[in-house]
Design a protein around this ligand. Structure first.
Ligand SMILES: [Zn+2]
Length: 228
């Protein structure tokens, strides 16, 4: 018998709090790094996130976790049978959980991250956005490239709405100014989309170049890049 997560929580709520109306429920499977389930009440809405490791668990197990979460939320005693059922399921699935974690970590390596060893690209974006764009640019995904490419300092990838910066620059010997300049340049591409004149693509039009000259110590940053 299949049954939606939402129904399970709805039913559990009615069982535990028969006299109060069921609040608006938002229940979803969530890709936690570890087995984890959360519940919180926000603006009258009950937000529930269930580890996606429980996706495909039997209905009795989903009922057990719903019971545990709702009971905890409203400080009701947790039924021992539900607690035991949930524990048994997690214990039995510990091995597949490990395999799942390994897959996730591998996946994470492929999907590059804004946090490098030295610099955090999101933090740099936010600072530049505040300083030069009145905080008006919507932040795309910020990622270090998976390979330390030397031919491309950085680029904007419209397909993934991502600014990708070559990992070559995530080193202590590279001044923050240089990383900022590369990010600033890509941010200007967001501000000045590529213009097409006839059949010529104008990637760095005059307004782009004028904005670029506003970057303090522009020449220092460029000199460093030439020496690289
Ligand atoms: Zn460019």
């Amino acid at each position: 018998m299949s049954c939606s997560l939402h129904e399970v929580f709805d039913q559990t709520y009615r069982e535990l709090k028969p006299r109060s109306p069921v609040p608006h429920l938002q229940v979803e499977f969530y890709n936690f790094a570890n087995i984890n389930n959360t519940i919180r009440l926000r603006e009258g809405r009950l937000l529930v996130r269930i580890s996606d490791l429980l996706e495909g668990a039997p209905e009795a197990v989903l009922k057990a976790i719903a019971h545990i979460l709702v009971a905890k939320m409203y400080r009701k005693p947790v039924d021992r049978e539900h607690a035991a059922r949930y524990r048994r399921y997690v214990a039995a699935h510990r091995m597949s959980r490990k395999a799942h974690l390994v897959r996730q970590i591998r996946g994470r390596k492929r999907i590059a991250s804004p946090q490098g060893n030295i610099y955090n690209l999101e933090a740099i974006f936010e600072e530049l956005n505040f300083k030069f764009f009145h905080g008006l640019l919507a932040r795309p995904q910020m990622t270090w490239s998976s390979e330390p490419a030397r031919n491309r300092l950085g680029h904007y990838d419209p397909a993934h709405n991502a600014i990708v910066v070559s990992r070559v620059f995530d080193q202590p010997r590279v001044p923050q100014l240089v990383v900022e300049y590369i990010v600033y340049h890509e941010m200007l591409h967001l501000k000045h989309p590529v213009k097409v004149r006839g059949n010529r693509r104008c990637v760095h039009p005059a307004e782009f170049q004028a904005d670029e000259r506003l970057f303090p110590r522009l020449e220092d940053a460029r000199r460093f890049l030439r020496l690289l």
